[in-house]
Write a protein that binds this ligand. Sequence first.
Ligand code: L34
Length: 285
Amino acid sequence: MAAKRIDGKVISAAVLDRCAAEVAALKEKNIEPCLAVILVGEDPASQVYVRNKQRACERIGVRSFTIQLPADTDQQTLLDEVAKLNADPAVHGILCQLPLPRSLDERQLLLAIDPKKDVDAFHPVNVGQITIGSAKLLPCTPAGVMEMLRYEGIEVEGKHCVVLGRSNIVGKPMALLLLQANGTVTICHSRTPNLAAYTRQADILVCAVGKEKLITADMVKPGAVLIDVSINRNAEGKLCGDVDFDPVSEVASAITPVPGGVGPMTIAMLMQNTITAAKQQSGLI
Ligand code: L34
């Protein structure tokens, strides 16, 4: 039997509707949530993602603007921009789209963003809050995955959750959120020998590696839930994830497509964080 397709467009639309209602209520209180996005250089994928973020803001009534900087921007100029946004009380959320050009220091940049305005939840203070389970701002992609599981009624508690990838953006925080939800979590990465031995044990398999057709049907436990976070381009130039979608669909019980899966959820959760940041900075929570 074919797996259920978990539709990120439908679920993100539900989150955005909820967000729109919250924004309307905040505007009644004369609070207008505002997101500032910094985009350095002209990476085409980043441009698409940032445009999608702006569209989501428009859709739910959040004010947003993008500061576009050239690829050869120096570190101090970037830090100065962040400092201005930190100091601007009308700006509730600050996001610097990654990856940065190689000449720039990402770690120093993330430290410069005021943790209260850090709607990506990448600042070490927010990472610490996530680790101890008291975060208000949640990392957008992992939080989007949790929202998908909740929406589909997929229980995490007691499940063996296997996360492929250990990035600071996805793998590590994903593992922490699954753990918080009482999953039993295994993290695999590029140095894990015999990956299939782990993936075959997964009740919930989250893939964030960036390799087309990494996960084949023989690597998947029958009835498993497959969450594909990666966005790769195949030989024909089409978007695809890490999962060999059609054959794996015959084995899994539920699966997210690429595109139309986790990507739209990342954006929806960013909207939710922007609202949370606005409420926090207005003393409402
Ligand atoms: N600072 N950098 C920062 N925060 C983030 O949360 C991100 N990420 C990742 C890259 N860099 C970041 C994103 O925004 C990945 N990401 C992201 C955002 C949106 C989409 C994908 C990744 C998205 O809209 N995906 C669509 C397809 C888009 C397309 O046509 O290329 C989808 O349906 O999957």
